[in-house]
Design a protein around this ligand. Structure first.
Ligand code: HEM
Length: 149
C-alpha cells in the first residue's frame, strides 16, 4: 500500500488575482536594503573605530566634527531611514505571521507605527538641527572648542 502524501494547509490569506504582489516587493526590498545596510554600516564602523583613534576617541567633539560635514549627515540619515524601514517591515512580517487575533495584530501594528515615526522624526531632527555651540547657551555647558575664536 502506498504511503499517503503529506499535504500543506492552505495559506490563511490567499493572494487575490490582478493585485500587485506587494509581499514579493517587500521580500525583494529586505534583500536589497540588507545588502545596502552592510555597506553603510561597515563604512560607519570603519570611520568611527578603525581609521580614527578607536572607541576611546569617540566623544561629543568627534560627533560634532562628523556632523559638520554634509556627507556624514546624509550617510547617517540613510542608515537611520533604511534600518528603520527594513526593521519595521521585518517586524510587520513577524506580527502578521504570529499574531492571529485581529485585535492583537492591530495593536502591535499601531505600536510599531508609533515607534517608527518617533525614531525617524526625532533622529532626522537631531541630524539636521544639531549645533555643538548653540548661541546664547551658558558657557559652562558648552564644549571647550566653542569658545576658541
Ligand atoms: C547589515 C545589516 C543587515 C542585513 C544584511 C540584513 C539582512 C536581512 C535579510 C536578508 C532579511 C530577510 C530574511 C528573510 O526573508 O528570510 C532580514 C530580515 C529582517 N531584518 Fe535585517 N538586515 C540587517 C540589518 C537589520 C537591522 C539594523 C534591523 C533592525 C532595525 C533588522 C531587522 C530585521 C527584521 C526584524 C527582519 C525580519 C526577520 C523575519 O522575517 O523573520 N535588520 N534582514
Amino acid at each position: 500500500m502506498a504511503a499517503s502524501t503529506p499535504t500543506l494547509a492552505a495559506p490563511r490569506s490567499p493572494r487575490r488575482a490582478r493585485r500587485p504582489n506587494t509581499e514579493l516587493y517587500s521580500w525583494v526590498f529586505m534583500r536589497a536594503s540588507g545588502a545596502l545596510l552592510l555597506i553603510l554600516i561597515f563604512v560607519h564602523l570603519f570611520t568611527n573605530l578603525v581609521s580614527g583613534g578607536g572607541v576611546s576617541a569617540i566623544d561629543f567633539g568627534f560627533v560634532a566634527g562628523k556632523w559638520a560635514k554634509p556627507v556624514w549627515q546624509v550617510w547617517d540619515l540613510l542608515i537611520l531611514w533604511l534600518a528603520m524601514i527594513h526593521g519595521a517591515n521585518g517586524l510587520r512580517t513577524i506580527i502578521n505571521d504570529y499574531a492571529t487575533r485581529t485585535g492583537t495584530r492591530l495593536t502591535l501594528m499601531g505600536l510599531l507605527a508609533v515607534a517608527f515615526a518617533v525614531v525617524v522624526v526625532l533622529g532626522t531632527l537631531v541630524i539636521f538641527t544639531f549645533s555643538p555651540c548653540p548661541p546664547g547657551a551658558p558657557a559652562d555647558l558648552l564644549p571647550s572648542f566653542c569658545t576658541a575664536g
